[in-house]
Each structure stands twice: as structure tokens, then as C-alpha cells.
Write a protein that binds this ligand. Structure first.
Ligand code: SF4
Ligand code: SF4
Length: 309
């Protein structure tokens, strides 16, 4: 009798772990990835790794390259971005947006902000879909800007891009809130406006600095109220990876035979408001980051993160 009671107590104590097992695994992966991506803190050097994540290549502790920055960099120097495109094709077609859910440092930051105990807001499905197009417009604009800069560089004598100011190599980095939080703020604090080296250079962009700060604050408020708002509406990397959601090898599947209670728990748990129940088998929504929150939430075991051959 006493042993049975003890067993019951243990199973009750372990319930939160078993109910959130994917979330716990994901947080572990996010923490380890964050450490490796910021590996310079622990003495790691730059690695020859390009990842489709939002993290500045020029960050003070960065060990990896950001694929969307690599894409802009190649184009603004008049080259075709073979490498960046290959990375997007390779990672996207195998993993879809899994890197967003499990590895991206700014994805992890957004998850942290979503844990702030303030009532979360939702937008209607059509609004969610329309706002998702903002990111697409941003990608097109940034690529066009990069092409214009690349053409002007190739035609200038001597080769220079100084007229394009801070965005001469990577136009998006001038306003990207992710660069602001992980790189610019650090350099500002370290060297100061009147300091040396990068600090002095940053000091010349004062208006830009305050603009960046305003954009960052806006995004931070937004992601506190609307979980993963940056991912679903603005992130260029997320937009590109979203194109692969339809045919990525790894992805989310629903078994409608098991979904009998109609509780809607999966959709309520989804941070990016994927209309999960409108799919019959493979969930191919462009916003889905394969985070697994819905899998944890479904008590019928109807959802699975799996290989979709
Ligand atoms: S969509 Fe979100 S998680 Fe994915 S790269 Fe962008 S910021 Fe990171
Ligand atoms: S559908 Fe599921 S796996 Fe995809 S983002 Fe929503 S909760 Fe995460």
C-alpha cells in the first residue's frame, strides 16, 4: 500500500516533465546551440558553418555565419550567392523551419519573452496571413537593394561602396533588430559613442542608432504580446525557410483518426497560430517551426514530429 502511494506521488511529481517533454528537450537544444553559436565566450574560434538563423555574423562572440547575411554580402560584392542559396536549399528541404524552433538564437529570445506572464493576444487568421506577407516584401526589397549596391560597386572606379553607408555590405543589417540586440548594443556599451575602433564608427550613425533602438523596442513589445511575432511576420530567414514547409523531409503530421475529442488543445498551444485542424495529414503551414508545443498539448497522441517520406 505504502509503495503504491509512493509510486503515485512520484508519477504526479513527474507529470509536468512528461507533459512538456518536447518543450524541455527543445529548451535544452536552444541553450546548447546558443552556447555554441556564441562559442567565442568559451574560446571557440569562427567555424566554417553557415546557418539559416537570425544571429549577426559580426556579433562579438559569433562562431557561425548567418545565411541571409551571406546572401546579401555576396550580392553587394557583385557575386551570385551560390553558397547561401545552397544552405537554404539543403537545410530547408530536410528540416523545413526546424532550425527556427530549435536553434535560432532570436527564436529562443522570443520564446523567453513569451514566458513573461502577460495575457497573450491573438490575431484573426486572415490578419495573421496578411501580416506574414510583410516579411516577403522585406526579402524582395533587401535583395533588390543588394543587387543595386552590387551593380554600383562593380561599376565604380575605384571599387567602393562608401556612398551606401552602414548598409553597404548587408542592407538589412542597418535596421535588423537582431543585429541591434546581439551586436550593436554590445559594441555601444563596450566602446561608447566617442570610443575607438568600431565604437567611433558607430558614433557617426547616431540617428541610425536611435532608429535601430526604436525598431528593437517595438519588436520586443510585439513579441511579448504576440508570441513569435517577429518569426511569423517579419523575419527574412523565416520567409525563405517557409517556402520549404510543403515538402521538407522532417515535419509535423496529424492522425485525424486519433483526434476524436475536438478539444482544440493543439491550436490553442501553437505560438504562431497554425490552423492545425484544417490539415488532413501533413501540416505544411509556412509559419510552423516544428516546435512541438502542439504535440505536447495533444492528449490523444494525434500529432507527431516525424520524417514525411
Ligand atoms: S523565423 Fe524566427 S526562429 Fe526562424 S530565423 Fe527568423 S527569428 Fe529565427
Ligand atoms: S503547428 Fe505545432 S509544431 Fe508547428 S508551430 Fe504550431 S505548435 Fe509548433
Amino acid at each position: 500500500m505504502a509503495t503504491k502511494q509512493k509510486k503515485n506521488k512520484i508519477s504526479v511529481a513527474l507529470r509536468p516533465i512528461s507533459e512538456h517533454r518536447i518543450r524541455i528537450m527543445r529548451i535544452l537544444v536552444q541553450v546548447i546551440s546558443f552556447g555554441l553559436i556564441n562559442g567565442a565566450i568559451f574560446g571557440l574560434g569562427r567555424m566554417a558553418v553557415i546557418l539559416p538563423i537570425e544571429y549577426p555574423t559580426g556579433g562579438p562572440f559569433s562562431t557561425v555565419w548567418n545565411a541571409f547575411e551571406a546572401l546579401q554580402y555576396a550580392i553587394t560584392f557583385g557575386m551570385f550567392p551560390y553558397l547561401a542559396i545552397s544552405i537554404f536549399l539543403l537545410v530547408g528541404s530536410i528540416f523545413g523551419k526546424t532550425t527556427c524552433g530549435w536553434i535560432c538564437p532570436f527564436g529562443a529570445v522570443q520564446d523567453m519573452f513569451s514566458y513573461i506572464p502577460i495575457k497573450k493576444k491573438k490575431v484573426s487568421r486572415p490578419t495573421n496571413k496578411s501580416l506574414g506577407k510583410v516579411g516577403l516584401v522585406l526579402v524582395v526589397f533587401i535583395v533588390l537593394m543588394s543587387i543595386i549596391i552590387g551593380a554600383s560597386w562593380a561599376n565604380s572606379d575605384p571599387h567602393t561602396k562608401t556612398a551606401w553607408g552602414a548598409g553597404k555590405d548587408m542592407p538589412f543589417s542597418t535596421i535588423d533588430p537582431v543585429s541591434t540586440i546581439f551586436a550593436t548594443l554590445y559594441y555601444y556599451l563596450k566602446w561608447g559613442i566617442q570610443g575607438e575602433s568600431i565604437g567611433a564608427e558607430i558614433g557617426q550613425w547616431e540617428f541610425l542608432f536611435f532608429l535601430r533602438l526604436a525598431i528593437l523596442l517595438f519588436v520586443l513589445v510585439l513579441i511579448t504580446l504576440y508570441p513569435r511575432a517577429y518569426c511569423r511576420w517579419f523575419c527574412p530567414t523565416g520567409v525563405i525557410l517557409g517556402f520549404f514547409s510543403k515538402f521538407s523531409i522532417l515535419g509535423l503530421k496529424i492522425n485525424k483518426n486519433r483526434c476524436t475529442s475536438g478539444c482544440n488543445a493543439c491550436e490553442k498551444a501553437c505560438p504562431v497560430q497554425v490552423p492545425i485542424l484544417s490539415y488532413d495529414k501533413n501540416i505544411t503551414d509556412k509559419s510552423c517551426t516544428n516546435c512541438g508545443e502542439c504535440v505536447d498539448a495533444c492528449k490523444e497522441g494525434a500529432l507527431k514530429l516525424t520524417l514525411r517520406f
